[in-house]
Write a protein that binds this ligand. Structure first.
Ligand SMILES: CC(C)(COP(=O)(O)OP(=O)(O)OC[C@H]1O[C@@H](n2cnc3c(N)ncnc32)[C@H](O)[C@@H]1OP(=O)(O)O)[C@@H](O)C(=O)NCCC(=O)NCCS
Length: 176
């Protein structure tokens, strides 16, 4: 899976900036790319741009109760994670996750959860998520597993250290 490192810049963007990649990667057979909660004030969207400024990855974070951890005090849902096929394995997804987790931790999140495609579960595991359900189907999309990451024990610098880009990756820079 590991490809040549592609430096990306991660920044917060408006929901509509994510639509093209959502459509191409997550809904290639059709289906809505505008989702409930996209424009909620607490929701934020991140885009990873390559050196030419093109959006090569997107993700959304929003506060939402976790179906599997009802006791979580401040749970956030990760949704709509997608990177362009040409950049996969080069760190764009990890850069988006790192920035998103740092931002929700700074907002007081104690848990992040997602419905993960089984094909992407290993990607999330590499960033500290754990599978907490059996497999379930999302009609028209495919098999998923529930995954969570506890943030409470970590402060933002610890999170950044856990998720930092590999030393050999010149990669992920941030802007806001
Ligand atoms: C899942 C996805 C976002 C990963 O993005 P990416 O840009 O390839 O991720 P990265 O390059 O930052 O990978 C980070 C690490 O995870 C690994 N990885 C990435 N995708 C993986 C996968 N599907 N299975 C196993 N490992 C994976 C990488 O090899 C890399 O490992 P390393 O730490 O040894 O270098 C991307 O493959 C994608 O858009 N897939 C299709 C849509 C999708 O499934 N989205 C998730 C919906 S829940």
């Amino acid at each position: 899976m590991t490809g040549q490192a592609t430096p990306v810049t991660v920044e917060e963007v408006a929901a509509h900036v994510t639509h093209d990649l959502r459509r191409a990667v997550l809904r290639p057979g059709g289906g809505d790319v505008v989702w409930p909660g996209d424009d909620d004030p607490a929701t934020f969207h991140l885009a990873a741009r390559n050196a030419a400024g093109r959006v090569v990855g997107v993700v959304r974070f929003s506060p939402a109760p976790c179906p599997w951890r009802p006791e979580a005090r401040a749970p956030w849902q990760l949704r709509g994670m997608a990177t362009e096929p040409a950049v996969r394995g080069s760190g764009a997804g990890r850069a988006l996750l790192a920035e998103g987790l740092a931002r929700v931790a700074a907002r007081g999140a104690d848990l992040v959860w997602c419905d993960a495609r089984t094909t992407a579960a290993r990607f999330y595991e590499r960033a500290g998520f754990t599978v907490v359900t059996g497999e379930y189907d999302k009609p028209g999309i495919g098999p998923h597993v529930g995954m969570v990451e506890d943030l409470a024990p970590l402060n933002p610098p610890e999170l950044a250290a856990r998720l930092r880009t590999r030393p050999e990756t010149p990669g992920a820079t941030r802007s806001s």
